[in-house]
Design a protein around this ligand. Structure first.
Ligand SMILES: [Fe+2]
Length: 344
């Protein structure tokens, strides 16, 4: 997939381009978008920078960036390793323990599996001189102690800092009673804690040069008031921000998988709650806080991009000049090499 696009829209051509993208291109598997057709930048455009996507390579250029930065982003590995400590939980882990045992690599279509894909992805770090590993949810298929230990050994082997946010499966034992928010808090503390490496499990800011990565847990599909407050507080710093979210934000025309802020996200439209043996989504739909977060992100002059997982299929959408890029599942070998670069 290839797309290059310059932010903002003072010129009519670009307004039209953005309308087209929001309405329909939303660049699924990304046809070519020719940046040479875009008129020259003016000063206001320069403040917003640009982005490009070439297959698994994502580049953000921004005038505030003085030195290049790069990191590896992985989502949806769905590790399922387990041992005797998991036996008492088998009634809750059985289905997901089998869900991704064997996968097909997204590029070669050859047989592979999540552990092989995760290990192969980490080998990119040296080659690409990346300085951070970002794990953006569903790294596990259920909160297995053996899987957490396995992944922690690999993370430590990189010698790099790692940021992590949970996905909806990392903390979910199917059939276990309780509200999603409570179960997330329980298993984040009891099983996932090493993965956070001391960072706050709900929201964390990771500086990368002159930009900030905001890691926000929306794995219940909802945003909590303290997470919205965190976003607004970070916004006041005025630094370029990239959001790392497991569940992508709603974009017009997209499925309920883009479920954070989706107007049709509610109990009546929840098709998976019986299969996943969890409480249905909220009957009234999203909380006002989640809707306010969605609006605040896409209205922010400081958000230069959103990186997400959950869908297991790569895509790019642009809303108000802000790109949201979804990664292929790492269970099938997917990854994103992300670079933050000066304009020139
Ligand atoms: Fe997933």
């Amino acid at each position: 997939m290839d797309v290059t696009y310059q932010h903002s829209s003072m010129k009519q051509d670009r307004r039209k381009a953005i309308r087209n993208i929001v309405a329909g291109i939303t660049v699924p598997m990304l046809g070519n978008f020719d940046a040479r057709a875009v008129p020259p930048l003016n000063n206001r455009d320069q403040e917003r920078g640009s982005f490009s996507v070439d297959g698994t390579s994502v580049r953000f250029h921004h005038p505030a960036m003085r030195s290049p930065q790069s990191f590896l982003m992985l989502a949806d590995t769905h590790l399922f390793r387990d041992d005797a400590r998991g036996i008492p939980f088998r009634e809750y882990s059985g289905r997901m323990a089998k869900a991704y045992n064997k996968t097909k690599h997204f590029q070669s279509n050859t047989d592979t599996d999540p552990e092989q894909c995760f290990t192969a992805s980490l080998s990119r770090i040296t080659e690409k001189k990346q300085t951070l590993l970002a794990l953006v949810g569903d790294i596990l298929s259920f909160p297995s102690e053996a899987a957490v230990e396995w992944v922690m050994q690999r993370i430590e082997g990189t010698g790099l800092p790692c940021v992590y946010t949970a996905g909806n499966h990392d903390w979910h034992y199917e059939g276990m009673e309780g509200r999603a928010e409570d179960l997330r808090r329980l298993w984040s503390a009891q099983r996932l804690k090493p993965l956070y490496q001391g960072n706050h499990p709900l929201c964390h800011c990771q500086p990368m040069g002159d930009a900030d990565l905001l890691v926000i847990d929306n794995s219940t599909y909802e945003i909590l008031p303290e997470q919205l407050a965190f976003f607004r507080e970070r916004e006041r710093h005025g630094r370029p921000m990239i959001l790392l979210l497991h569940i992508p934000l709603f974009v017009p025309g997209r499925s309920l998988g883009f479920g954070c802020g989706h107007p049709k996200w509610n109990a009546a439209n929840d098709r998976s709650w019986q299969l996943e043996r969890r409480q249905p989504w909220r009957s009234e739909g999203h909380t006002q806080t989640t809707l306010d977060f969605h609006r605040a992100v896409f209205q922010s002059p400081h958000v230069i991009g959103i990186l997400a997982g959950h869908i297991h299929s790569p895509s790019v959408d642009v809303v108000n000049g802000i790109p949201q890029i979804v990664s292929e599942a790492n269970a099938r070998g997917g990854f994103l090499d992300v670079e933050l670069l000066p304009m020139a």
